[in-house]
Ligand binder design. Structure first.
Ligand SMILES: [Zn+2]
Length: 259
């Protein structure tokens, strides 16, 4: 029925409808233009926008967050059975979300429970090496990248505990980032922690080879029952991630002052 009535529209009615349609179309176009200009000018940043690419982060500050291990490489095993790879990713994800909110560009080496190697490559006996090389490549290829690798410790004696930061000796900024994280942890998380930062040896592949600033944070000992229980608690991981964010802010401010 509606089809019939449309066919019997008078020329005048048609003109009015055409004018109305044109006005609505023009209005919508203006609205879309306004929205586009407003959000661009207001620096509205979505997570995708915040991810760096070659055009946006050249020579800028960008955190490359590396959640250690993954997939068949579980890392250390906690006294309560929890796997290091799982907690590493939880911490990295929490910190990632906070960095995005703070408008600091961030890249994750992994967001899933997997090792980073190409299954089509010849990986016999070399999975771990290929996995680490992929992580290194991501850090090196990210303009302005600063590597923060997240791990957990384990030792044969259960008495040892406390966060420990290692730094790469290849870039002078690595030491200041490591010291900032270690001291921020002492101030806000572990007042009794008197550990000193350590230069990484050749046994820490990423820090041994990276040419950009890089640190590895051993966030605690899974072999210590109390610390393992803390690291299995999301609320504690939230505090830990917030402390890391604070340290990154402090380091960033130091870099800005020094430049
Ligand atoms: Zn580890």
């Amino acid at each position: 029925m509606r089809h019939d009535s449309a066919r019997t529209c008078s020329p005048r009615k048609f003109t009015v409808q055409y004018l109305l349609f044109s006005l609505i179309f023009a209005g919508l176009t203006l609205l879309l233009l306004f929205v586009a200009v407003y959000f661009d000018g207001g620096k509205f940043v979505s997570e995708t926008d915040a991810l760096p690419d070659e055009t946006t982060i050249q020579n800028d500050f960008c955190i490359v967050l590396d959640a250690g291990h993954g997939g068949e490489d579980g890392g250390a095993v906690g006294v309560n059975g929890v796997l290091e790879k799982t907690i590493n990713l939880q911490i990295a994800e929490m910190l990632h979300d906070m960095l995005v909110l703070a408008d600091i560009p961030v890249v994750m080496t992994r967001t899933e429970d997997k090792m980073l190697y190409d299954p089509n490559a010849d990986f016999r006996g070399r999975k771990k090496m290929l996995d680490l090389r992929t992580r290194l490549d991501i850090a090196e290829q990210t303009n302005g990248g600063i590597l923060v690798s997240i791990h957990l410790n384990s030792f044969s004696q259960s008495k040892y505990h406390g966060l420990q930061v290692y730094y790469s000796a290849n870039h002078s900024n690595s030491l200041s980032l490591a010291e900032t994280i270690q001291s921020t942890a002492r101030t806000y998380l572990q007042p009794q922690n008197d550990r000193q930062v350590k230069a990484a040896g050749s046994n820490i592949y990423l820090l041994d080879r990276i040419q950009k600033p890089g640190v590895l944070v051993e966030c605690g000992f899974l072999s210590n029952p109390e610390e393992c229980a803390q690291l299995s608690d999301e609320a504690y991981l939230g505090k830990l991630s917030t402390m890391l964010l604070h340290a990154i802010f402090t380091y960033h401010a130091q870099c800005t002052e020094g430049s």
